[in-house]
Design a protein around this ligand. Sequence first.
Ligand code: FAD
Length: 548
Amino acid sequence: MRARLHPTDGGRAAVLAELARAPLDLLVIGGGINGGGIAREAALRGLRVGLVDKGDFGSGTSSRSSKLIHGGLRYLELGDLRLVFEACQERDLLRRRLAPHLVRPLPFLFPVYAGDSRGLLAISAGLWLYDILATFRNIRWHRRLSRQATLALEPGLRAQGLRGAGLYYDCWTDDARLTLETILSARLEGALVCNYVAVTALRKRDGRIGGVTLRDAVGGRTLDVAAAVVVNATGPWVDAVRTLDDPAASPLLRLTKGVHIVVPRARVGNRHAVVLRAPTDRRVMFAIPWGEQVLVGTTDTDHSGTADNVQADRADVEYLLEAVNHQFPTAALRAEDVVSAFAGLRPLVAPSGAQSASPSAVSREETIVTSPSGLVSLAGGKLTTYRRVAIAVVARVVAELRARGDRRRFPKSQSHRKPLVGARASNGAASGWAEDGHLRTRYGGRVEELVSVLASDGRLREPLAPPLEDLRGEICMATEGEMAVSLEDVLRRRLHVALRDPSQGLGVAREVAALMAESLGWDETRRRQEEEAYRHRVAEERRRWGSR
Ligand code: FAD
């Protein structure tokens, strides 16, 4: 009999009962990085807070980013110096204290070619400014490289017209897990968090919002929850939730779609993250090494219609392949070489007149808006700066509580001091094999929770889909310790199989479903439904962009 992990919150049913039991100070709608950050900030400041997501945590934009914790070199061009400064500070804090296991330094090469709008000197000046805005605390100082030095570092780069390059540093993360850990950290501080629970209505009295109606997709129940303040942190769905408040509310967002592809690194051959320019429109994008693969992205095109089920299509994939093949001529990648593709929506704030600007020129800054009925909506923001946004939103919530006569003393923000759960010191119980490989990076100090599971059954220590390193036992961690509910939660967000296995994990779907069934008590019908739903989803995605 293998060891089991025990959820510290007593599981979904207990959380839902507790949400309904007594009024909350704050109910956060949306379990992306922003909602997670707000819940953690609020819990740390002593508020009774709940957080719900209609799907899995991080299943919206927060697992579909370029996975960079970065100052945003590109935003220098847009003149967003404050944004760059703040992002650099947050990058530093995440890398050094909050989540060093999840936020890792990454060198970037920015090649410059004859005819580029900015020459080597201009790029170098930009990198100086970037280092200055990081108050010289970035991983290392940038360097300006000659053509020869550039080719020595990246021999596969297109040599024709190459003038040289800038070498600079930013950080790379696992966006889905950074979001999850933020939410697990909020839970540890007392937040009541639950996924697969949608807000279907806002409850009002005398025109003021005083709570929400929730629909639990797992248990099928509907329940009412009272909350003094409701925050709408639903990313691309912000306007949909605003219409629950006021059907005539004007849209806050301009949504743009961003697609990434994963391709074999052996074909591209890059040693660093490399800045690419699309040959057709000169847009900047990245080729980021990811083990034996490379993440290439992103596109940036306007999106209209619902935020649900946004997908990569063939034209997106062709555009990205063209860019990477142009920069690395021997790669000669074709659609059939693509391992996976995924799409996300940028919830950008739509300033008036912005529809005429190109999507890439729309600011990444955030806006916080309170409606006449008291709904606090957050629009915009980046993965990197989520903590700053959370501080501002919770300050607004506290002001709202004060305005209603709440006289409690709330401590000041402490989120900069407290590391996320995985970054807390481990007790050293993890044995040698758990120290190695990807487990430390993925779980940090939480690896010890996994050890008991892995130690109880040798089979669980075997890789699930070699050559990927994800272990079978991590499925138990995902269901029992990380609130995973569906096959997709496990394969796409807790592990990397859906993004990095050429069959998106279809070869192991049955086995994963069986392990989840054992862990979550599914009957045979449910197990089969889960497996079928996953197969269907993968087939649908591949039909949109793939050639297989
Ligand atoms: P989301 O992550 O979308 O979360 C919103 C959540 O609300 C969803 O999980 C959804 O299920 C839930 N929800 C919606 N409606 C309801 C409802 N009625 N009830 C309950 N829940 C609901 N930033 C960086 O810093 N670095 C990068 O490298 C980077 N790259 C990016 C690349 C792309 C292609 C894109 C699209 C964005 C990128 N960003 C990056 C920006 C960043 O990813 C987003 O700004 C951020 O993830 C937004 O998070 P969020 O929590 O606001 O929204």
